[in-house]
Design a protein around this ligand. Structure first.
Ligand code: G3P
Ligand code: MG
Length: 239
């Protein structure tokens, strides 16, 4: 396998089709031919890496409370969208291994101060599952110190600096962590920014793009990869 980042990555698996960040979503994406998926990784109370997007449980499970206030065992009693349990990163990587699929792990510390620990725990699982392979793995994060940690632990694994409205100076962060990519909120991208990022030598990734016309426009303007909720349909549409 060689490193080959596609135009379309499956966002949280394929969240327009299957419940986000679930085993079913990743299995569906892989069975449908998606080669790269994105997932969100966060620590439970007992330090297990769970695949989950929100700090709180209500939106996806209907429960109250925070993910980081419960142990893995407690969390796995709940169901996501009334169907599935919250998977661990280890469980998801097993599925991806079965399909030889690749992954963008978004490191999501549940609290400020947990960025480096979250990165370290994720790296341990990645190594246990044989995903410590620069051809199959990218790290990204809005918590840029998490990326600093992965740069120290595993400089060979590419890093993407995630940028949103409230982000600080991504330019300095990208330099500091020797970023491979800038992963920008698609709604905030302008032709000037796209030009600057490309001139900086970065791979430009945009989230989350579900509108085909928008993807075509951004692609023409220089965006190279998109996080999409329906990666199968978007891949087909973009040709
Ligand atoms: O990694 C791209 C995208 O997932 C970042 O935003 O909130 O969907 O995790 P979010
Ligand atoms: Mg994400």
């Amino acid at each position: 396998m060689t490193f080959n980042l596609p135009v379309v990555l499956g966002h949280r698996g394929a969240r327009a089709v299957k419940a986000e960040n679930t085993i079913e979503a990743f299995r569906y994406a892989c069975q449908s031919g998606v080669k790269w998926v994105e997932l969100d990784a966060m620590l439970s109370k007992d330090g297990i890496v769970m695949v989950f997007h929100d700090e709180t449980l209500d939106r996806m499970t209907g429960q109250t409370g925070r993910l980081d206030e419960m142990t893995m065992e407690e969390l796995q009693k709940f169901s996501v969208d009334s169907i599935e349990k919250i998977p661990t990163l280890a469980e998801v990587l097993d599925v991806l291994n079965g399909f030889q699929a690749s992954v963008n792990i978004e490191i999501k510390p549940s609290r400020a101060g947990l960025a480096r620990k979250t990165a370290r725990e994720i790296w341990q699982v990645v190594c246990e599952k044989g995903f410590n392979n620069p051809d199959r793995l990218i790290f990204s994060s809005f918590a840029w110190d998490a990326l600093e940690e992965t740069a120290a632990l595993a400089p060979e694994i590419r890093r993407g600096v995630l940028v949103e409205k409230k982000s600080g100076d991504w330019r300095a962060a990208a330099k500091k962590v020797k970023a491979y990519s800038i992963n920008y909120n698609a709604d905030l991208l302008t032709p000037e920014l796209i030009g600057e990022i490309k001139n900086g030598g970065y791979h430009l990734m945009a989230y989350t793009v579900n509108d085909v016309r928008k993807a075509r426009y951004l692609r023409k303007a220089g965006v190279e990869s998109f996080f999409c909720d329906n990666p199968v349909a978007m891949t087909k549409a973009l040709g």
